[in-house]
Design a protein around this ligand. Structure first.
Ligand code: KIV
Ligand code: ZN
Length: 403
């Protein structure tokens, strides 16, 4: 029997975008969505249409543009929320309505001011209404990991009864631990899903204790088959599970995590760079997989080992995640060929005029700046309509870019 497929649900444009400093305009969202499609995610959550006209327009535009992935729209359980999500998704090739309500007692008492029965009723009505518009419905039990497991299973059972086929178990506040989370996933599997093969358990983990990736992987080992995550791990507070870390953990440790996904790992770095450049900040240098130092070896003993055999200290190659390993350093003496090559490594093939324009701007920048980073190059070809943004070595870049 082959390895089982895990679906990758990307919520960079929704959970990621709603975190401070990560907002994107419409063009930026569509551009990132196209890159996510190239990366190979299965589902793009493009926004929360009732939240703003901008989110509504983003879901609509992404649904119009991205025809090879499922596009999801988030909504609470109220009638107007569901209708707004359905309207935004009209015309999508593969629409999914993602409705959610909290199930923990603390949320019921202090936020929703509803009883447990009322929440079940809200769940039922929302899914029944959503079914009038789309075939695929995901239901999330917000704060699932702090909910009474018996009640959680009751709500999920009601959701399945009404036609939801994806049951999402969010660790909304990043509270759970890997072994505890796998127990919960097993409970949901045994008590709600049973032998139904048309129901998928999904997980959505936040990183408040730095455990989002570990919890997501523990959940998959326990039977979850959809992981919700974001590029660079952006998202509410400490962020969501980072897509690149989840994917590379499954890839490098396929011996223990024998699952497949549709992700083309060589597109990871370009996607991470595109997001960083769009929102105006990069990841920390030591960030796993996509940080500037992720493949750098400084200590002499490590350098010696890597030169003798990269496997001494490298568990994956930079090429496998699309990190350019080109030894060419781009600076004021570099020519068009080197520039075109680096753009190609970043996923952009420039035509003659685009390359000329980029080269002119590149030489101007190189006159003022010692090192040109990939983020600088992406800004030079105006992948965002926003003004040039500040990234890793921000002050130098800002001075040069606005000049
Ligand atoms: O963290 C969370 O609970 C969410 C849900 C809306 C899925 O983002
Ligand atoms: Zn979330």
């Amino acid at each position: 029997m082959g390895a089982e497929r895990v679906r990758i649900f990307d919520t960079t444009l929704r959970d990621g975008e709603q975190s401070p400093g990560c907002s994107m305009n419409l063009d930026e969202k569509v551009r990132l969505a196209c890159q996510l499609e190239t990366l190979g995610v299965d589902i793009i959550e493009a926004g929360f249409p009732i939240a703003s006209d901008g989110d509504f327009a983003a879901v609509k535009a992404v649904a119009a543009e991205c025809r090879d992935v499922t596009v999801a729209a988030l909504c609470r359980t109220s009638e107007q929320d569901v209708r707004r999500a359905a309207e935004a998704l009209r015309g999508a090739a593969r629409p999914r309505i993602h409705t959610f309500v909290a199930t923990s007692d603390i949320h019921l008492e202090f936020k929703l001011k509803k009883t447990r029965d009322e929440v079940i009723d809200m769940t039922r009505k929302a899914i029944r209404l959503a079914r009038e518009f789309v075939d695929e419905i995901e239901f999330s039990a917000e704060d699932a990991t702090r909910s009474d497991p018996n009640y959680l299973c009751e709500v999920f059972t009601a959701a399945v009864h009404e036609g939801a086929t994806i049951l999402n178990v969010p660790d909304t506040v990043g509270y759970t631990l890997p072994n505890e989370f796998s127990d919960l996933i097993r409970t949901v599997r045994e008590r709600v899903v049973g032998d139904r093969t048309d129901i998928t358990i999904s997980v959505h983990c936040h990183n408040d204790l730095g455990l989002a990736v570990a919890n997501s992987l523990a959940a998959v080992a326990a039977g979850a088959r959809q992981i919700e995550c974001t590029i660079n791990g952006i998202g509410e507070r400490a962020g969501n599970a980072s897509l690149e870390e989840v994917i590379m953990a499954m890839n490098v440790r396929a011996d223990r995590l024998p699952f497949t996904t549709g992700i083309d790992t060589r597109e990871i770095y370009a996607t991470s760079q595109l997001l960083s450049c769009t929102i105006g900040f990069g990841v920390q240098p030591n960030k796993a997989i996509v940080g500037r130092n992720a493949f750098a070896h400084e200590a002499g003993i490590h350098q010696h080992g890597v030169i003798s055999n990269p496997l001494c200290y490298e568990i994956m190659t930079p090429e496998s995640v699309g990190v350019p390993t080109n030894a060419l350093v781009l600076g004021k003496h570099s020519g068009r060929h080197a520039l075109a090559l680096r753009y190609a490594e970043l996923g952009y093939t420039l035509n003659h005029d685009e390359l000329e324009r980029a080269y002119r701007r590149f030489t101007e920048l190189a006159d003022r700046k010692k090192r040109i980073y990939d983020q600088d190059l992406l800004s030079l070809i105006s992948i965002t309509s926003a003004p040039a943004t500040m990234l890793n070595d921000s002050e130098e870049w800002a001075r040069a870019a606005v000049a």
